[in-house]
Ligand binder design. Structure first.
Ligand SMILES: [Zn+2]
Length: 1119
């Protein structure tokens, strides 16, 4: 056995580190991406700080030819399913309980919560005085107050954050709330494609966060090929309050006589705003930086602040002009003094801002590498660009947790209601600066494992008895060290070769698997890709078939490779179909391809073996000829009906006959109504929305696809589905197989070549080139005390512990939930080990191991200080999106609200300093939980607008199931970037603004993106010069609404905006088609749907309203 020590042993396939050259692909998720950079296998010596690695010799090739107009829509599958392949019987990991929606009793119906007039007042910034510890806003009406847990005060570097805080803010309804729109579709030609990743975000504000506090108002036939031969055409797809320093909330409104704190007599406009306000300072989370008590500084007004209660409030400057400053009078205000009438709204600037939290994290944590040597460290946010140094724990790019400090007992965990979950992305792509996991080859003996629980050797195993034995860190079993693995220990008990072995010093690494880890005890053959193309009338007419065939001619040169191989080991095959299937013999010795038609779709079989799956370079001429002929052969087809299940069956049977794993790429256009297994009917019925039967819209209409999926998984057959529907196609049913096999679904509604070409081709190229692990099984082991009980993602499980993935690519995540089964120990902490057994693109069998150590606590405050809200939301969204399969949507939504309220109420009760019940106190790490949860609640799946189709909902539901934390973050809370506010010369991405109409200036232009959609909003008063520079027209009125491509103009602004668009696209896993929206234009409704802090037309609450509602729920729990 040998690990690659100084002289790197070369594994069978030559290269330890896979290299996957291809089109340039960019990273995404705010972090630089890379196509698995090849790392040299080189010397692995030396401790932590830096394993040597050579620069990725990756050859980057230019994208294949054609590139055309952009397309539209989205994508996404998921599923569950199982077979175990981890070799020997494993113990550990208990059964996964099927957790349904019902964890908590229902919550209150969430209607429109009356908002209380709020008088908010930011803490006054004292330029010279001591730093303010917090700011606060008081809400009147319901006497509800919100305040953040506090953090240490920092030197007032100036400012505050966020827009200047102002007093009057709207409550309840922002003017012009967004309409609900359906997914954008169809537009014109595309833009250029970007690559690479954005640079690090420059710090925008360096003032450290401080405490935050705010108050809000409360409130079959013969099996014979029918023909063979050369292809021929035709054959054949409250009280007036004012500012109060500190987050100590103001006394209940009633306690104060009206006017007691208010300034002057009615008449003059109330002071609205102080330009010196530090505003609401976010506080730093205790997770990084020095640990803090729950609420340091709590209760102590900062010096210089006016005394609470007598707040004369010198006249303050008027608030900055807002786009829609109209104040909506609230009924309750009648009793208030006149001057307060304009203050009845909660100041949006006084409630936790996602933008500020993101910026602060970038500023505070973006410059230093995240070193994984310390147990329980909370990593930087997913929106922060940072590098990772593996010093014993898996990078957050592979695993992120809802909390890095978990309660020692199940009682504590139940009390807190904080889900304990890990979002795992085993084959995550890394930025070029970071090394891919080292591959360790232990030869014939295979990887060293614990005899009892089968955990793999890792840095946490304890060597004892002079190195002759080791104690398992997961189950405590004492194991003998095999002679060939023996090594002496140093005086600290550590093996002297620890730093020479990745499995003893790194959080992530790979083992070459032995034949014991292979199906049928046989090393696998290289995988195959089969392209299955619908050639029915719709597919031909839209231009899809011609476009696709043309693209494949060049794309086939970019199949995934590894180890610097000259060419891909992957073999390819081709099938076309409508009501019948056509197989093609593209054997290199043929002069022309041959077609074989199988019309017995009820009992699918593969009519040929030899010549169906071929090596691209060997059969290039025949393949090219085939791809040239397909569009011509079916050009005059009148066949409109298609089959679907038989197509998948055929692909799977072909892989089975070839004894290999692989992937099917299906390009499909319509509801499969032709007589065949898996035949579907149109069952779309919007009347079911908001009824107990709504769940049926998300369920498959037949069980045939689950059965088929199971067979596919057993064969290692992953299915990627590209849909091009003109109407309902029953995505919920068609995506079952992709979802259960670890595949992807892409949907291009009303596909037209001219409009959707760029988007489709971009997605296709990326999909075909991405690295995939085939025939995979993932197991998550944990140390004693907790175990994995539930799993979310695109996979299949046939037992309670093994996550089976016919295919797993670098974009897919599996979210795992843990539960206690015993008491944990603060000293030893808790360990997770994710082991993924898979077959590489070259056919090599490997094990990828990720380890992560977490802290355990006996104080709830420690839990709340080490949570990650973005990961919590990822888990909660997946939990809810699975819940809609079994429960009414309303029940699902109520469950989420209740859980959130319980989490926050537990904090308030056990961790926060005593304070008025009217005050809402949020844990620093969770202060965005309400705003983000509200975004989940008002998402298309849980609260659809009138224009969202059943297929869209099913599609999004499955997309989210496999998303990583960065993707769910931006999907639920879109990024809104002002384009003309920052200097044109600035090379960096402009700072985002909050997703609310109130933040839009009609004199500016904005980009909005959520990972799937991309809008360019143009204000009606934008300077004519800007319009000219960007659109090459002389006035706003001449801009074409719905435009999807910006003209290529030679001026700084045009270059900057187009560059930014390319950059945004490069960060995402799917191509985002641009849609230009003009202010006041009808398309604006579509855009406004993404302004998630506002009320939505479908009934979704505004952020402010939701926060009030959440406060009400919490108060009820506490009383
Ligand atoms: Zn063990």
């Amino acid at each position: 056995m040998n690990v690659n020590q100084s002289a790197p042993p070369v594994p069978p396939f030559g290269q330890p580190q896979p290299v996957y050259p291809g089109y340039h692909q960019s990273g995404y998720g705010g972090q630089p991406g890379s196509t698995a950079p090849p790392t040299s296998y080189g010397a692995y010596n030396g401790p932590v700080p830096g394993y040597q690695q050579t620069p990725p010799p990756g050859v980057s090739r230019a994208p294949p030819s054609s590139e055309a107009p952009p397309a539209s829509t989205a994508q996404a599958p998921c599923g569950q399913a199982a077979y175990g392949q981890f070799g020997q019987g494993d113990v550990q990991n208990g059964p996964s309980s099927t957790v349904q929606m019902q964890r908590f009793p229902g919550s209150q119906p969430f209607g429109s919560v009356p908002l209380a007039p709020v008088v908010s007042q930011p803490a006054v910034l004292q330029p010279f005085g001591p730093p303010p510890t917090s700011a606060q806003v008081t809400a009147q009406l319901a006497g509800m107050q919100i305040s953040g847990a506090v953090a240490p005060a920092l030197p007032p570097v100036g400012l505050g954050y966020g827009p200047p805080t102002s007093l009057a803010s709207a409550s309840g309804s922002f003017p012009n709330s967004g309409l609900y729109g359906s997914y954008p579709q169809g537009q014109a030609p595309p833009l250029s494609q970007g690559q690479g990743h954005l640079g690090a975000q420059p710090p925008q504000r360096s003032a450290p966060p401080q405490a935050s506090s705010f108050t809000s108002p409360a409130s079959g036939g013969p099996r014979m090929p029918s023909m063979t031969g050369p292809l021929l055409p035709g054959q054949g797809f409250g009280g007036p309050s004012v500012s109060q320093p500190n987050h100590v909330s103001s006394p209940p409104p009633q306690a104060l006589p009206p006017g007691s704190q208010m300034t002057g007599p009615p008449g003059p406009p109330p002071p609205m705003h102080s330009s010196q306000q530090p505003g609401y300072q976010l506080q730093q989370n205790g997770s990084f930086g020095p640990a803090r008590g729950p609420q340091p500084n709590y209760g102590s007004p900062y010096p210089g602040a006016s005394t609470f209660g007598s707040q004369p409030g010198p006249p303050q400057p008027l608030p900055p002009k807002r786009l829609d400053p109209d104040a909506i009078p609230s009924p309750q205000l009648n009793e208030l003094p006149p001057q307060q009438k304009t203050r009845h709204r909660i100041d949006p600037d006084a409630i936790p801002s996602p933008i500020q939290v993101i910026e602060d994290d970038r500023n505070n944590r973006g410059s230093e590498p995240f070193v994984t040597g310390v147990r329980g460290q909370v990593p930087p946010l997913v929106t922060t660009n940072f590098l990772v140094k593996d010093q014993g724990n898996a990078s957050p790019r592979y695993i992120r947790c809802t909390s890095y400090n978990i309660p020692c007992t199940s009682d504590m965990a139940k009390q807190a209601q904080v889900p304990l979950a890990a979002v795992i992305k085993p084959l995550a792509r890394l930025p070029p600066e970071e090394a891919s996991p080292y591959v360790v080859d232990h030869g014939e003996s295979g990887p060293l494992r614990c005899n009892r629980c089968k955990a793999y050797m890792c840095p946490f195993m304890q060597f004892i008895e002079g190195g002759r034995r080791f104690q398992c860190c997961f189950c405590s079993c004492i194991n003998d060290v095999p002679p060939q693995y023996f090594q002496h220990l140093d005086h600290t008990g550590k093996r002297v070769d620890a730093y020479d072995r990745p499995e003893l010093s790194l959080g992530s690494y790979e083992f070459l698997a032995t034949v014991d880890y292979c199906k049928n005890n046989k090393f696998p053959s290289p995988p195959a890709f089969i392209f299955m193309i619908d050639v029915s009338y719709n597919a031909i007419r839209s231009g899809l078939v011609r476009l696709l065939c043309e693209e494949l001619k060049s794309l086939l040169d970019f199949l995934p490779r590894e180890g610097g191989a000259e060419e891909s080991a992957i073999r390819v095959g081709f099938v076309t179909y409508n009501k019948v299937l056509h197989f093609y013999n593209v054997k290199s010795s043929l002069a022309q391809p041959q077609m074989m038609v199988v019309s017995d779709v009820a009992d699918m079989f593969v009519p040929l073996l030899d010549g169906f799956l071929v090596n691209v370079s060997e059969s290039r001429a025949v393949i090219t000829s085939l791809l040239d002929q397909i569009p011509e052969m079916f050009a005059d087809t009148r066949e409109t009906e298609t089959v679907f299940a038989p197509v998948i069956q055929a692909g799977m049977e072909a892989l089975k006959a070839a004894e290999c794993a692989g992937k099917l790429f299906l390009f499909h256009t319509s509801l499969p109504i032709a007589e065949a297994p898996g035949k579907l009917k149109n069952r779309d019925d919007r009347k079911l929305i908001n009824t107990d039967k709504e769940k049926t819209l998300f369920q498959p209409q037949t069980g045939a696809y689950q059965t088929l999926a199971k067979e596919c998984v057993a064969q290692g057959c992953c299915v990627d589905l590209f849909l091009f529907p003109n109407q309902y196609v029953d995505v919920a049913t068609l995506s079952v197989v992709p979802q259960l096999t670890g595949g992807s679904v892409y949907k291009y509604a009303c596909f037209q070549v001219e409009n959707d070409q760029e988007r489709f081709l971009s997605d296709l190229r990326r999909d075909v080139q991405k690295v995939v692990g085939f025939d995979a099984v993932m197991r998550v082991r944990t140390s004693t005390g907790i175990r994995a009980v539930d799993f979310f993602g695109a996979f299949y499980m046939s037992n309670t512990t093994d996550v089976e993935l016919a295919g797993l690519d670098g974009d897919k995540t599996v979210t795992v939930e843990f539960k206690h089964d015993d008491r944990l120990n603060e000293e030893s902490g808790a360990l997770l080990q994710c082991a993924l057994l898979y077959t590489s693109c070259a056919g090599q069998r490997r094990l990828r191991i990720h380890n992560l150590a977490l802290n355990c606590c006996t104080q709830l405050a420690d839990l709340y200080r080490n949570c990650e809200t973005d990961t919590l939301i990822n888990y909660m969204a997946k939990f809810a999106y699975r819940g809609v399969l079994n429960s009414p949507v309303k029940t699902v939504r109520d469950t989420l609200i209740t859980q959130c309220a319980q989490i926050l109420a537990c904090y308030r009760k056990n961790c926060a300093s005593p304070s008025s019940a009217g005050q809402l106190i949020l844990p620093e790490c969770m202060k965005l939980l309400p705003v983000y949860l509200n975004c989940v609640l008002k998402s298309d799946v849980l609260q659809p607008g009138a224009e969202v189709t059943t297929d869209d909902r099913a599609y999004v539901r499955q997309l989210v199931t496999s998303m990583d934390v960065a993707e769910t973050n931006v999907f639920f809370y879109p990024r809104l970037l002002p384009l003309t506010k920052s200097p044109i010369e600035s090379a960096t991405e402009p700072p985002a603004v909050r997703a609310s109409e109130e933040r839009l200036s009609n004199g500016d232009i904005y980009l909005l993106e959520n990972g799937l959609n991309l809008f360019l909003w143009v204000g009606a008063s934008v300077q004519q010069g800007v319009v000219q520079s960007l659109f090459s027209v002389s006035s706003f009125s001449q801009i074409t609404s719905g435009l999807s491509v910006l003209p290529v103009l030679d001026n700084p602004l045009s270059k900057k905006v187009r560059g930014l668009i390319d950059s945004l696209r490069a960060q995402r896993s799917r191509y985002m088609k641009l849609i230009v929206v003009k202010q006041e234009d009808k398309l604006e409704m579509l855009f406004k749907h993404f302004l998630v802090e506002d009320k939505s037309l479908s009934g979704g609450a505004s952020y402010v309203d939701f926060l009030c509602h959440m406060h009400k729920e919490i108060r009820q729990l506490l009383s």
